[in-house]
Ligand binder design. Structure first.
Ligand SMILES: [Cu+2]
Length: 110
């Protein structure tokens, strides 16, 4: 059941479009990964919105939720991954490669 809450999109997006803005017509919220931190550390969105992480570091990073319900592949420099959050709630996550990197997505009801 939990698996259906998250829809992985563009998890393997071609590198050719890695620098393009999200295609969700302003619906995607952005989290940058830089200097071994997620920016912003707490991001508030509305249910149904997408979140795109972009790795701006020279080292790879990967998103993994505390409860393991969502993850991204390891993102190299400049790579992006997008997840859609359908259900309201608070979702803590960290970098599976550097577990001291922690952050949170707060999903409000629409
Ligand atoms: Cu990391």
């Amino acid at each position: 059941m939990k698996r259906s809450l998250f829809l992985a999109m563009a998890a393997s997006a071609p590198r050719a479009i890695a620098g393009e803005p999200p295609v969700e017509a302003g619906k995607a919220a952005a989290v940058a990964i830089r200097d071994f931190a997620f920016v912003p550390q707490v991001l508030t969105i509305t249910a149904g919105q997408a979140v795109t992480w972009t790795n701006q570091d020279d080292d790879p990073h990967a998103v993994l939720s505390d409860d393991k319900t969502f993850r991204t592949r390891a993102l190299d420099t400049g790579e992006k991954a997008t997840l859609v959050f359908e259900k309201p709630g608070e979702y803590a996550y960290f970098c599976s490669l550097h577990p001291h990197m922690t952050a949170r997505i707060v999903v409000k009801a629409p």
